[in-house]
Write a protein that binds this ligand. Structure first.
Ligand SMILES: [Zn+2]
Length: 461
């Protein structure tokens, strides 16, 4: 059986390593013990004999790092289920991500009781996407998401001063979280804003513990203050001061580029919150291949479909969406590192599709495809401090990858549309094999269009 092998070769494939470099055609990729062990030009017949690894024929294929969902909230799935069933449900969610090519998922908070168990499960089981999570978020007194949402204060630390920040930091075992998440939300009506001086203290403590600090913002002022406080990544694009004026975005991009701050704009969220209640939006998603007509029916039948989202009115989200779409290339051109993350999947058939929609929107905004691939792979790994071991197809990196039958650098739809997905590899195990020309479900027993062949007559060792 192919799955479970500790060694394999993907032969004669085009490698897109995820760092934005040019694709390399005609490569053999050796995977050993869950990592990429060697990447070399395809062997010739007079090379030394094979060690007998199974071979995945990569001819005509494109191997790139497994995708990352850089910003989501798993609390939205199975929330009404009692705990043991909920954990099983969430495992299925992570398995579903993997089946669609997403091998890593970053949860940005809201599920403190379950995330350690789920994280452990994702580390042990290669059939699940790897989960990264924070157990708490820092916000201001009565700040988002406490107000306007369910009023649920679990997993939220409300900070009104530097002293509050220091006290909470003492309680919190920073060594046990993957990163720290802070809300710097200066939107009116959302409680008191986390004081920037306290934000600075929290970020410094995170950095001292070797963790990244991810900061949710609402306005351009929030964004600037977060950059000044040392944020590693800005979560969400800002509400513009003047929707017609791109100069605010230009200035923010300049500040982020100078500080080296990453940017995860979550545009797919603004689009869903702006247009999600409108049937013509579902039609657009069908046209764009994100949704099927049956999927649209299922979404409209969901409880709460079309209901406004707390604190985010549709007209404001529309402004935010249009501004983000217009200004995203400015950030890219200023050399701000973009990260792909979707935040919510309210109007999506599966959680994974929200991320794929984000990639589609990046492309539509005018971001080059190689930068989009980096945003969903190496730069997402960098956002959570895992760039040395994950998010690239490079020697030594964890062997999470997708194999496509068409080039995503020439057309990002080859990555977005699942029919091009031939295989998903998770920690060196082939988990999903598709035909490369039609939809297949996840699982090693799928139609098997790609099969290991006999060992080849040369080796990468
Ligand atoms: Zn979020």
């Amino acid at each position: 059986m192919f799955r479970g092998e500790t060694q394999m070769i993907i032969r004669n494939v085009t490698v897109i390593d995820g760092t934005g470099g040019a694709p390399r055609a005609g490569m053999d990729v050796l995977i050993a013990d869950g990592r990429f062990a060697a990447i070399r030009p395809t062997c010739t017949d007079n090379s030394p004999a094979s060690a007998g690894e199974p071979v995945l024929d990569g001819r005509g294929g494109y191997l790139l790092p497994g995708l990352w969902e850089g910003h989501t909230h798993l609390r939205d799935y199975g929330a009404s289920l009692p705990e043991p069933e909920r954990l099983a449900h969430l495992r299925n969610v992570l398995a579903g991500y993997l089946g669609e090519g997403i091998t890593s998922v970053c949860d940005l908070g809201g599920m403190p009781e379950l995330s350690p168990d789920l994280r452990d499960a994702s580390k042990e089981d290669t059939a699940l996407a790897s989960l990264f999570a924070t157990e708490v978020v820092f916000t201001g007194i009565d700040g988002w998401p406490v107000t306007g949402s369910t009023g649920d204060r679990s997993g939220v630390m409300e900070v009104g001063s530097v002293d509050d920040a220091r006290r909470y930091l003492q309680e919190l075992a920073l060594g046990e979280v993957d990163y720290v998440k802070c809300m710097l939300d200066g939107k009116p009506g959302g409680g008191r804003r986390l004081p920037p001086a306290a934000l600075e203290v929290i970020i410094a403590a995170a950095h001292e513990a070797g963790k990244k600090a991810l900061v949710h913002i609402a306005t351009g002022t929030d964004l600037r203050d977060a950059v000044l406080a040392g944020a590693d990544c800005i979560e969400h694009s800002p509400i513009p001061r003047d929707p017609r004026d791109p100069s605010e975005a230009e200035q923010l991009a300049g500040a982020m580029a100078e500080a080296g701050t990453l940017y995860c704009p979550t545009i797919a969220t603004w689009e869903q919150l702006a247009y999600g209640a409108r049937p013509d939006y579902l039609d657009r998603l069908i046209t764009d291949g994100i949704l099927t007509p049956d999927g649209a029916q299922e979404i409209m039948a969901r409880p709460g479909y079309g209901r406004p989202f707390p604190k985010h009115p549709a007209d404001e989200c529309q402004v935010r969406f249009e501004y983000a779409m217009r200004t995203l290339p400015l950030f890219h051109e200023a050399n701000v590192k973009l990260v792909a993350g979707s935040d919510i999947a309210r109007v999506m058939p599966t959680p994974a599709r929200a991320l794929l929609r984000e990639l589609q929107l990046f492309a539509r905004a005018g971001v080059p495809n190689s930068a989009i691939i980096a945003a969903a792979t190496s730069l997402a790994a960098e956002k959570v401090g895992k760039q040395a071991t994950m998010g690239t197809v490079t020697v030594g990196s964890v062997a999470d990858a997708v194999l496509l039958d068409a080039d995503p650098v020439t057309d990002i739809s080859h990555l977005v549309h699942q029919r091009h997905l031939r295989a998903v590899i998770s920690s060196g195990h082939i988990f999903h094999i598709g035909s490369g020309s039609g939809e297949t479900g996840p699982g090693p027993e799928a139609d098997g269009a790609i099969r290991p062949t006999a060992p080849v007559s040369c080796s990468l060792n």
